[in-house]
Each structure stands twice: as C-alpha cells, then as structure tokens.
Design a protein around this ligand. Sequence first.
Ligand code: DAK
Length: 257
Amino acid sequence: MEFIKVEAQARPYVALVQLNRPKELNALNLQLMGELRDALKQLDEDEQVRVIIVTGNERAFAAGADIKQMAGKTAIDMLNIDQFSTWDQIKKTKKPLIAAVSGFALGGGCELAMTCDMIIASETAMFGQPEIKIGVMPGAGGTQRLTKALGKAKAMEMVLTGKFLTATDAERQGLVNRVVPVELYLEEAFKLAGEIAQMSPVAAKLAKEAVNRSFEASLEEGLYFERKNFYLCFASEDQKEGMAAFIEKRKPSFSGR
Ligand code: DAK
C-alpha cells in the first residue's frame, strides 16, 4: 500500500486506516481509493476486527478527489474508469466505520467522511463541497448525504457556493458526532470505537444495516427491514450471551457468532 497505512489491531478489535498522501492534502487519486477499498474489504472479513477508523492527518482528512488526475478526463473516460464501483464497495463495509477528521474534508473527502457511519472531528475540521468552484458538482453522494444531514437550505448553500462548514457548525447541525481539541480527535475516535467493539459484532452489523436503510427506503420499508434484522439477532449466540449476562448480573463476552 503506497497511499494508505493500515493497522488491523491498533487497539483490541479496532483497526485504523490512515490516508497517507500528506503533501497533496490526501487528495483521493484512483490508486489511493483502490487501496482504501481493498483494505476495508480485508478488514471487514477479519474476525479480529469489529470497528474501523478512517483518518487522515491534522492538516487534512482529504481535500477531495485528485483534481490533477481528473482535469483532462472526458465523460467517457470517467464512465470507463467507473470510480463508482470503488465507492459502492466502500459503502458496503458491514462493520461500523468511524471517520476521525481534522483539517480539510472537502469534496470527495467530505463525501468519504459522510460515507462512514460516524464522524469525530477536531476543532480545526472544515467540511465542504467546493466542486462548484472548479466547474463540477459533488459526485460521490454529497448532494444526497449532506442534504439528509443538514436539510435542504443549508446543503444547497454549501453545494452552490462551495462555502465550508466549521467543525462547531457541523456538530450543531448533526453532521458530526462531536468536536474535540485537535490533539484528542483520534483518541476520541478510539474511545468511541472501543465502546462499540465491546458490543456484539453480529448485532452491530445488523443494526448498522438497519440504520442505513432509513436513508434509502420509505419508513414502512425501513421498519420492515429493522424487524427482519431484529429477528435475526435471535439466531446469534451473542443474543443468548448478552441476555444471560444481564440476568446473571455479569459482563457479557461476545464472540461474534
Ligand atoms: N487535488 C489535487 N491536489 C490537491 C488537491 C486536490 N483536490 N487539494 C490540494 N492539492 C494539492 C495542491 O495542489 C498543492 O500541491 P502543490 O502545488 O504543492 O504541488 C498541495 O496539495 C497543498 O495544497 P495548497 O497549496 O493549495 O494548500 P492551501 O493550504 O493553500 O489550500 C485547500 C488548501 C484545501 C483550500 C486547497 O488546496 C484547495 O482548494 N484544494 C482543492 C479543494 C477542492 O476543490 N476539492 C474538491 C475536488 S473535486 C467521484 C467521486 C468523488 C469526486 C468526483 C467523482 N466519482 C465516484 C465519480 C470528487 C470530486 C472532488 O472532490
């Protein structure tokens, strides 16, 4: 891997993936995205991993897709490259994904953070969809996910002006889980990941899938889906263990089975 660093056991059951093109502010070129897709797939299949953190560095989570790589492309080039399949694969990650964001999260960088399930931000984090300033528009879910998070008026303004959202505003508007001082953002992400890693990994995957359904389905369909996954929890050893532990007044030990 040239453009990302992976630590499968950064903490017990918690993996860390770091975007690593610091000089280019982690601009997401095709190779980086391919490496990220492959790493997440591998971690998703690793039984020792229950939660995955995606991060950049203090200055930038990612300043967007690599403009230099995209600049000369035609519509047909873009169609043939089919970057969407890479993004779709990332979105299919079953384990909880936490974005630990500091500095710039712009364009594809903002979209990548929003593709994750939760966002922990440093006070210096800045979110934006500035594609309009370079003559395009968001292409990896920004118009949809930002609108769901902020509402139409705020999202429209960001997408049409390219203005950034500060970490504090992002938290106030529900885009990020919380904002912490810059020296703590990664630690805070580990704390959240550690908490989730103690839960049943089976229930966590099913619950993640059901929450995500609320974005993609009508309420009725979403509720149906939730119900199906709820029943499925009862097929797991973790459900038996979790409930037995409660009754026996002890801590559960979840196996992921
Ligand atoms: N691409 C390529 N290089 C970038 C970059 C980017 N997005 N962002 C920064 N860099 C490079 C700069 O060119 C510079 O390189 P050198 O000149 O040193 O070689 C280096 O990183 C440091 O950047 P600056 O010198 O500009 O640093 P500043 O602190 O002055 O400014 C900045 C930081 C983040 C405000 C500025 O760099 C900037 O405006 N960057 C561009 C932000 C942007 O427009 N982002 C949106 C890009 S479009 C899709 C999926 C996703 C997308 C599209 C399709 N499909 C699935 C089909 C996404 C599109 C986008 O994200």
